[in-house]
Ligand binder design. Structure first.
Ligand code: SF4
Length: 345
């Protein structure tokens, strides 16, 4: 582990630059006396050091939030009854969200070199290349753009909707920086880890996506990971076709409350003569769904839950697009991951 100030660098496997200086300045400006500190699970073990740093430099009392925090969408309003401000580490703000008290977003940027791997991506990409990055890799976005342009490759970067705060940034629930430039690019280069974001962009745009994961040795094409996930989704859709009753889950988290979308789905289900009820849920838990006893569920909360946690649920848990396929108003050939865009709230 490695710490340094005023920007704090914390690492186990990956080095993250966490610049607390602006958060400290903001806490002082607000004259906040009590602050809640939210950190992602991967940084939880180091949270006390971040808290200590804030306490020492800002002179505020810091309370660590033990509940998991999955994004800027996940700042519980109950915190505002206890504290003067919230510091949320590791996530970019969602500009469309407003809170009743100040929330200070502190990015945690992975500090891993990418240039060696970038050279390997060149033969895999079709120009112009749309460059996109997950929140923790936004620092490398600029390096990659500069590197590609230095090699004479045409590059495009897109602006997102009001749920996105940085050009080129994608969230697990929002690829609008990619879809905004889909017509103008031949392929995408995604700086990030895992399969979810890359597959989401590929399905949303139909374009090739190459993933540059700074923690791996080589870049990879997202096509290779596609089949397994699509097979799982197809199986969930087939099982839900036999369901009579559906629970439509509305996420209680502040940035996940898609009431309008949930009501549209209830109307659609009732029109197709299915039983349908709205269900409020904060933390997802298979036991809660088992207790409710619906034949199938559709989640309008974080789109990652249905896809990433598929193995945990014994009843089909669908995304809104998947429900539309079940009800025959969308074709499987037009399958895409669910997105939370500004017009759905
Ligand atoms: S809804 Fe899910 S993907 Fe979107 S910001 Fe929240 S946790 Fe991340």
């Amino acid at each position: 582990m490695f710490l340094q100030g005023p920007g704090l660098r914390v690492t186990d496997h990956i080095m993250y630059d966490i610049d607390l200086a602006s958060a400290v300045a903001e806490i002082k400006r607000l004259k906040a006396r009590i602050v809640a500190l939210q950190v992602p699970e991967g940084l939880k073990k180091r949270a006390y050091q971040i808290a200590e740093d804030i306490e020492n430099k800002a002179g505020a009392e810091v309370m660590l939030v033990a509940e998991p925090c999955f994004g800027a969408c996940d700042v519980p309003s109950s915190l505002f009854e206890l504290v003067d401000a919230v510091v949320n580490v590791g996530h970019s703000p969602i500009p469309a969200l407003t809170f009743s008290k100040p929330v200070i977003f502190v990015p945690a940027r992975a500090n891993v070199p990418v240039m060696n791997q970038l050279k390997q991506t060149v033969g895999m990409l079709q120009e112009p290349v749309g460059v996109i990055a997950t929140s923790q890799h936004l620092t490398q976005l600029d390096d990659v753009i500069e590197g590609l342009e230095g090699m004479g490759i045409k590059v495009k970067v897109g602006e997102g909707d009001s749920r996105i705060s940085h050009v080129g940034e994608i969230l697990g629930c929002n690829y609008t920086t990619a879809t905004a430039i889909a017509k103008d690019v031949g392929s995408y280069l995604l700086i990030g880890s895992g399969t979810f974001h890359g597959l989401g962009v590929h399905l949303a745009t139909g374009k090739k996506v190459v993933v540059l994961d700074p923690n791996l040795e080589e870049p990879r094409e997202i096509e290779q990971a596609k089949d397994k996930i699509l097979r799982q989704r197809h199986a969930a859709i087939e099982r839900a076709e036999r369901a009579r009753s559906f629970g439509i889950i509305i996420g209680e988290k502040v940035g996940q409350r898609r009431l309008r979308r949930a009501r549209e789905l209830r109307k659609l289900l009732r029109w197709k003569r299915k039983d349908a009820s709205l269900v409020l849920m904060d933390k997802f838990d298979p036991e809660k769904l088992r207790a409710l006893g619906f034949d199938a569920y559709v989640s309008t909360a974080c789109p990652r839950i249905a896809i990433d946690d598929v193995a945990l649920y014994d009843k089909p848990l669908l995304t809104p697009h998947e429900l539309e396929i079940v009800l025959g108003v969308r074709k499987w050939e037009n399958y895409t991951f669910d997105q939370m865009t500004e017009d759905e709230f």
